[in-house]
Write a protein that binds this ligand. Sequence first.
Ligand SMILES: CC(C)(COP(=O)(O)OP(=O)(O)OC[C@H]1O[C@@H](n2cnc3c(N)ncnc32)[C@H](O)[C@@H]1OP(=O)(O)O)[C@@H](O)C(=O)NCCC(=O)NCCS
Length: 149
Amino acid sequence: MSIRKVRTSDLQAIVQLDEKLFGEESFSSYSIRQFINLFPESFFVAEQNELLVGYAVVGVKAFSNGAWLLSMGVSTPHQKCGIGTTLLAACDDYCKSSHMESCRLSTSPSNSSAISLYRRFGFEAESELRNYNEPGDHKLIMLKAYISM
Ligand SMILES: CC(C)(COP(=O)(O)OP(=O)(O)OC[C@H]1O[C@@H](n2cnc3c(N)ncnc32)[C@H](O)[C@@H]1OP(=O)(O)O)[C@@H](O)C(=O)NCCC(=O)NCCS
């Protein structure tokens, strides 16, 4: 398995993976293309046997040193093999080397495997926001502070 920065030619593979993992909550092809345009240095993909098996993308809030982990996912058959950990380590290294003050993310409060991974990297629950995208959609916001704010 290897990790590299995204290429525009990865777009369709990422869209297909995102749809499989997130269904109705997946990003549109257009959104993912915009993430590639905006964050080419902090959009990582995992490849195994020339197959794209995971991705993670960090966005940086304009005019700030505040990052957001916008999305990450690993194809179901390749989960629990350390790929998510390696992708998150690449995001974490990016935040450190870019002197980010913090990184936030939103996740479903019931997504225990993701929350456990984030905790291992030092993310802590910051708040729980109700009706985040739509009524009934509640999200846990997690924060990792890189320097004291
Ligand atoms: C969350 C997600 C990205 C994690 O990716 P992953 O590749 O499975 O992550 P890892 O393999 O690094 O770690 C997951 C678990 O497998 C364990 N693991 C890692 N390598 C292992 C190995 N070789 N053998 C056995 N277990 C292993 C880890 O210790 C970890 O255990 P934990 O859940 O008890 O903490 C993945 O589950 C996913 O894509 N989920 C669906 C999409 C999603 O929810 N994304 C996050 C949205 S906020």
